[in-house]
Design a protein around this ligand. Structure first.
Ligand SMILES: Cc1cc2nc3c(=O)[nH]c(=O)nc-3n(C[C@H](O)[C@H](O)[C@H](O)COP(=O)(O)O)c2cc1C
Length: 194
């Protein structure tokens, strides 16, 4: 994908919110990775919470130095949360990863790719209620994939339903716009703290 008005490369981290085995997140994340690596203005970092140790009993308010992903989150200009919906919310490991960090989210945009029976809409809406507390901003549009398990081919690869790649394109353009704009806000904020 080529976007207009692009003069800054951005580092975008995808955070995979499901840690189950097996999980539908795998084929959807593989599709997402293929789509995002084709976008010419971003460098992708795929953060799989299933591969990260963030013990709940070690979580500190305001962020913990022991996080193995703090530096990767800090380096990111924006995020894409890949989230299923569990009982009308987002997965507990994703909340734990959010809570483990603080400044890493600040003044950065977060976009959502949701999936589940209902497309993950309630998970996404609940994330929208959480993230402003970390000074993160959320992208208005979201990619929502209802009944996502019905969109696998014979090899188990995710085949996006019609309109989904276009929805992702719209979300990523918006994420890029916010990420570029908020870079200068972060610089000003850091200067103000010194
Ligand atoms: C504990 C649990 C609760 C769920 N609750 C919901 C729900 O409230 N709404 C919904 O649309 N799907 C719900 N689902 C279906 C999941 O969104 C769906 O199975 C999804 O593919 C799970 O993603 P994963 O396999 O990557 O973890 C639930 C699944 C689980 C395991």
């Amino acid at each position: 994908m080529t976007e207009d008005n692009v003069d800054t490369r951005l580092r975008i981290a995808v955070v995979i919110g499901s840690v189950r085995r097996p999980r539908l997140a795998d084929p959807i994340a593989a599709w997402l990775e293929r789509e995002l690596t084709a976008i010419d203005w971003l460098d992708l970092d795929l953060i799989d919470l299933a591969a990260v140790s963030l013990p709940m009993h070690e979580m500190q308010p305001g962020g913990a130095a022991a996080s193995p992903i703090a530096a990767r989150l800090a380096d990111a200009d924006g995020f894409v949360f890949l989230t299923p919906e569990y009982n009308h919310s987002f997965p507990a490991p994703l909340k734990n990863a959010i809570d483990w960090h603080f400044t890493e989210w600040a003044y950065k945009p977060v976009a959502f790719v949701g999936y589940g029976a209902s497309g993950g809409i309630r998970a996404v809406e609940q994330l929208r209620a959480v993230l402003p507390e970390l000074r993160a901003t959320t992208i208005r549009e979201a990619v929502l994939i209802p009944m996502a398990w019905e969109h696998l081919d014979a090899e188990g690869r995710f085949v996006p339903p019609p309109g989904t790649p276009q929805a992702l394109h719209t979300v990523m353009r918006e994420l890029g716009t916010w990420a570029r704009a908020l870079r200068s806000v972060r610089i000003a904020d850091l200067a103000g703290r010194r």
